[in-house]
Design a protein around this ligand. Structure first.
Ligand code: MN
Length: 252
């Protein structure tokens, strides 16, 4: 199997290397990742500037590519033949920080996987639920398990699997749970400061998001030390509301 490994934390992230190492047993792994951290870059396409790509030597001695494009640009480059044949699977991560509920629309990690399914190639986005002192072992191992299941059983090319792993030792993980997206609660605050010229500038800051830990959701699974696997597709249509909208008899 030909696997593209990418991320949004950048080519130097230990999470990328842990993932690449773990997937190497399953086939040919190509690494194309951004040259800096793009966390929360969302699904973007660079259109108004050229993309630069460099060959790099990874810490394990293998070679890869780094680009000044976004995570989704890195996947697009691979799909368009930058590094030879198209990948059969894209695996993005291991992200430093969870991507739960509505996070998936902000996440560059998930956006890379979305770019893959836009190109009809199945994908895995994998994130470790911590912002400090990451334990990548369980996540790396589970990524390989999931990729080998996809290899064995196949996966609809319109589906990405959004995986979140608790940041605990492998022995402490309670199990694997197939989940739906939960509801994140963001605690953003507007922080206003002044630059040296007396002009105001703003940071959108605040505490880490929390969430409704409703049973069956990704948020519940992580809160209870399960690995969460959520199947995601691009169809954001709210089918339940369509009839209501039609009943409005909208006219010009
Ligand atoms: Mn990130």
């Amino acid at each position: 199997m030909r696997i593209l490994v990418t991320n949004d934390d950048g080519i130097d992230s230990e999470g990328l290397l842990a993932l690449k190492r773990s997937l190497s047993s399953l086939g040919e792994v190509v690494v194309i990742a951004p040259n800096h951290n793009w966390s929360a870059a969302g699904h973007t396409k660079t259109m108004h500037k050229p993309l630069r790509v460099s060959r790099v030597t990874l810490p394990d001695g293998d070679s890869g590519y780094s680009s000044d494009g976004t995570p989704s640009d890195c996947v697009a480059l691979a799909m368009l033949g930058l590094a030879g044949d198209r990948p059969e699977l894209v695996v993005s991560g291991i992200n430093k920080g969870a991507n739960l509920g509505g996070d998936i629309t902000y996440s560059g990690t998930v956006a890379a996987a979305m770019e893959s399914i836009v190109n009809n190639v199945p994908a895995i986005a994998i994130s470790l639920a911590s912002y400090v002192e990451w334990q990548f072992e369980a996540a790396a191992e589970f990524a390989a398990t999931l990729a080998s299941r996809i290899q064995e059983h196949g996966m609809e090319p319109s589906v990405l699997l959004n995986v979140n792993v608790p940041n605990v030792a492998k022995s402490e993980i309670k199990g694997i749970m197939v989940t739906r997206l939960g509801k994140r609660i963001y605690q953003d605050k507007l922080i206003e400061r002044q630059d040296p010229f007396g002009r105001n500038y703003y940071w959108i800051g605040g505490d880490e998001p929390s969430g409704n830990a409703e049973e069956g959701t990704d948020i519940w699974a992580l809160a209870n030390e399960y690995i969460s696997v959520t199947p995601i597709h691009m169809d954001l249509t709210n089918y339940a509301i369509m009839d209501k909208l039609k009943s409005w008899n909208l006219q010009l």
